[in-house]
Design a protein around this ligand. Sequence first.
Ligand code: BES
Ligand code: MN
Ligand code: ZN
Length: 509
Amino acid sequence: MKVTVDSRAPGSAQADLLAVPVAADEVKRTRLAARIAAIDRAVGGGIATAVATGDFNGKAGQQVLVYPDRKRKMKRVLLIGLGDAKSIDDEKLRTLAGTAVSRAGKSKTSRLALVVPPFGAGDDPEAAQPLAEGATLAAYRFDAYQTADEDGDGAVSALTLLVPRGQNLRATRDAAKRGVAIAESQNVARDLSNEPPNVLSPEGLAAAARKVGREVGLKVKVFGVPELEKRKMNAILAVGGGSVRPPRLVTMEYKPKGKAKGVKPVCIVGKGITFDSGGISIKPSAGMDEMKHDMAGAATVVGLMRAVALLELPIPVVGVIGAAENLPSGTAYRPGDILRAASGKTIEVLNTDAEGRVVLADALHHARTEYKPRAIVDLATLTGACMVALGRWGTGLFSNHAGLSEALRSAGEKTGEIAWPMPLFDDHKTEIKSEVADIKNTGGRQAGASTAAAFLWHFVGETPWAHLDIAGTGWTSGRSPSYQPRGATGVGVRMLVEWLQNGDLEALD
Ligand code: BES
Ligand code: MN
Ligand code: ZN
């Protein structure tokens, strides 16, 4: 979808659908606010009628479609209720654009114009970023495997953001461009995560990382089995051992041009289990298909690295992916096995379904020792326990560094990707001590998300580190918010771009 910015009067916009967000106090009783009255004159009075009949009162979430007569420039006008004008923040702008794009798709319209609300967070050129994000995310479809459907929704091809005359158009266009780059990168992550597990193997995931790297100029390295053996990455080898499609470790390196010589990078590590059957500790069959998304963390890493390169961030960033397929077979790892991870620590396997942390043991160790990063952030669909705790509404946030934790939480709040601080007690670390090895890969039934995080903690040393458990937020079964269709979410791309771009990284050194 192409996003453009224009400062012409909404009434003269040539569009299949003109979306007009209206705050509640702009349509109090039957008196329309001046800006709404002006639009109403250009569409022939339909807005006043919608308000006079009581069909529209600007309440948040309300949608009313008005049809101007044939002489008008626009074919349809969609009134969208905003509720309280002062409550407009970036996330409301995202959902506003998502609502407009979804409704336009239902009408199979291709040219959409959206009036940017001139209050709250809308009253700023920067508003174009969340608006472009919401629109681009809402237009996403995963339909590569479906025969074209006559009854399906159409695809909006062009969106024009209509801003007040006098607003800085260049700044607005820059913000819109950034929003499109970020959201398209999030869509790349969604695509990878939605891809079925027969198509996307560990090598397939590595190939996708290579392709993205080629497109945006990243240095991508892929370790196959011989290299993993040479580096003694027995943890990732064990998890991948049950599949005929062998594991991979992928790194994606971004260096800003010219600048930042000698600056330590930030490492973003992703769990890339392309399918998690549970292995020998096999999962129940109901819902097992969803375990194709068990590489959502890795998908976010690929999408994020794409965005980092396109936005030309001024700091070095490295993505690290541990990719494996967790299957039961004659060569699979077993409960009872003791593995020596690349770091030298030994892991007692008690449950082969706790495979994500085992793969991450080697990926985190590689990030730490190879890149000596100023910080490591990992993303993983790690535990059902985290999903129970926070549902689909929040990502679990665990860390050994209070400042890093707060910076990520705040970036998530700004970008509509809630990450909520979860505890990592010394007792959680004690809980996973093994009687026959250094640590074991499961704790008891209690605090499962925290004991999983405590396992990861063993492999990051002193490096400031945060772990994002995206088990509940990596994919969704309903359409909510408006810009999120069913399936993969690509969660974390927006939050981490925000943190890398505007967070105080020096505070970590
Ligand atoms: N990939 C799963 C976690 C998961 C479950 C994510 C459901 C999203 C939805 C992970 O590999 C797993 O199986 N974890 C186990 C750990 C347990 C065996 C200690 C779990 O959470 O049940
Ligand atoms: Mn598992
Ligand atoms: Zn898993």
